[in-house]
Design a protein around this ligand. Structure first.
Ligand code: GLY
Length: 357
């Protein structure tokens, strides 16, 4: 098992290893003892791992209850959030108790926000079951729900007390979810570590034979994220790098009514930004070709594919970018690749961004 410390205002560990779910109760009790724990999970993940987690928590002395919501980004909204809060209140959770997010990014973001605002903040533990949640959303304390106006528009920074990543659970991910998670892994290659684009070459499909490589790769991504958020917990500077591909990506997600998965939309966003940076002479020639090759290992869209006709047009894209939570009256911070492994942060007016893209 690997242990990575996240040195934010409140420090916590990210534990990474095969089979950790079976020992989750013990690991949680050691890091953050409590009496009651409410597990929040969705209708896909609950059936696979809900009982295992609840039993492990019971063995370590927790009283548990489980809230299950219908899976899907369309349910990451105020209604589900208030249902979770009502459930937690009915379970009489106090500030001594815990919320446990068992699932992908939607679950972690929403359960984390419920924990952030219930009784003005109680502790929670992230148990990510998707690759995307493992390498990105479960670490760093960003929690949120979507509003009809845009993605993640209502949220809070609230760091978890512990993150447990069991790399064996990725074996039950549908292929599309598995591949979508690699967009975030490739992002770390683009912003920080070019070696990552080499390491992914044989990981196009999950099998038990790649467990060790996957564990190392996820650990590397978590290390990068832990360093970035330790330096800039509240996204006043360097943390913006983690949004590479996300400005266009979130707009694509919204404009396609979440038909595309987050990772797929981020893949398109990374490609658009890299191609634009190359055209503008700001990025090493060939970078977008290397990025495209990496995305293709996982069948991720590049915006150059035959289904491009279904992507939003320029006006729809810019309208949705204007609603991005990172935008301000005088523009938006965007992440511009300079070469594989190095990106710059720049504030651009909407007009300039439109021209750039
Ligand atoms: N997902 C980007 C961040 O946590 O900052």
């Amino acid at each position: 098992m690997k242990r990575i410390k996240v040195r934010t205002g409140k420090e916590y560990d990210v534990l990474i290893g095969g089979g950790l779910l079976a020992d989750a109760g013990e690991l949680i009790a050691k890091a953050r003892p409590g009496r009651r724990a409410v597990i929040v999970t969705d209708s896909n993940v609950g059936g696979y791992y809900g009982d295992q987690l609840a039993e492990s928590l019971s063995r370590s002395g927790f009283e548990t209850a489980t809230f299950v919501f219908t899976a899907g980004e369309e349910n990451k909204n105020a209604r589900t959030l208030f249902d979770i809060l009502g459930f937690i209140a009915d379970c009489r959770l106090t500030r001594e108790d815990l919320v446990i997010a068992l699932g992908g990014g939607v679950t972690g973001d929403m359960a984390g926000l419920a924990a952030a605002i219930y009784m003005r903040g109680i502790d929670y533990v992230q148990v990510p079951t998707s690759i995307l949640a493992a390498v990105d959303s479960s670490v760093g304390g960003k929690t949120a729900i979507d509003l009809p106006q845009g993605k993640n528009l209502a949220g809070a920074f609230h760091q978890p007390a512990l993150v447990i990543i069991d790399t064996e659970v990725f074996g039950t991910l549908p292929m599309r979810d598995y591949c979508s998670g690699f967009a975030e892994i490739i992002k770390y290659g683009m912003i920080e570590d070019p070696q990552i684009l080499e390491q992914i070459k044989d990981l196009g499909e999950y099998s038990s034979a790649i467990q060790q490589e996957l564990e190392e790769l996820i650990s590397r991504c978590v290390e990068i994220k832990a360093d970035v958020v330790a330096e800039d917990e509240f996204e006043g500077g360097k943390r913006r790098l983690l949004n590479f591909g996300h400005t266009v990506g979130h707009a694509v997600e919204k404009a396609t009514n979440y038909r595309l998965y987050h990772g797929e939309a981020v893949a398109i966003g990374m490609m658009r930004m890299t191609q634009a940076a190359e055209r503008a002479g700001r990025c090493d020639a060939g970078a977008s070709g290397k990025l495209e090759q990496a995305l293709k290992i996982f069948g991720l869209p590049t915006g150059k594919d035959s289904n491009q006709a279904n992507l939003p047009d320029k006006d729809a894209l810019m309208e949705n970018i204007a609603m991005d939570k990172k935008s301000t009256d005088d523009g938006i911070y965007v992440v511009i690749p300079e070469r594989i492994g190095k990106c710059a942060i720049e504030k651009m007016s909407m007009a300039r961004l439109e021209e750039f893209l």
